[in-house]
Design a protein around this ligand. Structure first.
Ligand code: APR
Length: 281
């Protein structure tokens, strides 16, 4: 039986080798997977970092456990903690995309971004100029909201006013009065249909970049494992997560993701363009 290990696409497990692979033109369908870690440098806390993460700081809200803030059953009986958090997280001018967001936008500008799967609900991907058709918001976003009972849509401007006041909006439909919730995927809710429709894009990737996620939440956490066995996977994260590092062409760039992305931009010769694009946002 012949040795069926696939040929390596990287000269070595390093950023210069990843840059050489991209510059060679053999990486044309790059799939990127992101989490809250790419927005922390924008000032938005992530969820699970020990001291700074949201889950460490929601304790003040007397939740049975931190994730309850995104639990539909808990929300029904006490929507207040979610709306305290919503006021913190609501997208708006106060948060700017990070270097990591802008790097992904550069990939898209070069026609190299096959798809971006994000778990984030801050809409900073769109703000960075990444085309909407290249973004899958796997956990939904604040872009729209509706009544959890009758599903009637709720006006965005009215929602923004309620969130700004930290008040809980209720459905205006005759005789309903149900709680209004943004189209964010709560634990136990179905993922957006677009997520499942886009999943096979991962199998088409010739390079996978994973940035700023603990890969704790499924089915998103299963995405990196859906890449073909011989496709390089690069992790930009404070710590090793998932099965990244277990495959022959995996590259671990551990530490701040903006710093890691800047190093890759240096190797690609894109650094000045990256900094300029970020400054001009
Ligand atoms: N640079 C690199 N890595 C970072 C940085 C940074 N500046 N800041 C945080 N990280 C890393 C953390 O070490 C952690 O591994 O990013 C990861 C963030 O993990 P989480 O806080 O769990 O966020 P995320 O993976 O996006 O959570 C997934 O869980 O709560 C649910 O629905 C929610 O979408 C969210 C999902």
């Amino acid at each position: 039986v012949g040795d069926d290990t696939p040929p390596l696409r990287l000269a070595e497990r390093s950023l210069p080798a990843v840059a050489a692979y991209i510059k060679s033109g053999r990486a044309r369908r790059i799939v990127v997977m992101t989490g809250a870690g790419i927005s922390t440098s924008a000032g938005i806390p992530d969820f699970r970092s020990p001291t700074t993460g949201l889950y460490a700081n929601l304790a003040a809200l007397s939740l049975p456990e931190p994730e309850a803030v995104f639990d539909l059953a808990f929300f029904r009986q006490n929507p207040q903690p979610f709306y305290v958090l919503a006021r913190e997280l609501y997208p708006g001018a106060r948060y700017r995309p990070t270097i990591a967001h802008v790097f992904i936008a550069l990939l898209a500008a070069r026609g190299l971004l096959h798809m971006l799967f994000t778990q984030n609900i801050d809409c900073l991907e769109r703000a960075a100029g990444i085309p909407a058709e290249r973004i899958v918001e796997a956990h939904g976003s604040f872009a729209a909201q509706r009544c959890i009972e009758c599903k009637l849509g709720f006006d965005a401007a009215v929602m923004r006013a309620f969130v700004a006041r930290g008040e809980v909006p209720r459905c205006a439909a005759e005789g309903c009065g149900g709680l209004v919730k943004p189209d964010i995927v709560f634990f136990g809710e179905a993922m957006p249909s677009g997520f499942f429709a886009a999943m096979d894009r991962v199998g088409e990737a010739d390079l996978v970049l994973v940035m700023g996620t603990s890969l704790q939440v499924h089915p998103f956490a299963g995405l990196p494992g859906m890449a073909a066995g011989d496709v390089p996977r690069v992790l930009f994260n404070m710590e090793q997560v998932g099965d990244l590092g277990s495959q022959a062409d995996d590259v671990l760039v551990l530490g701040d993701c903006d710093a890691g992305v800047r190093r890759l931009a240096d190797e690609l010769g894109w650094r000045d363009e990256l900094e300029k694009a970020w400054r001009e946002l």
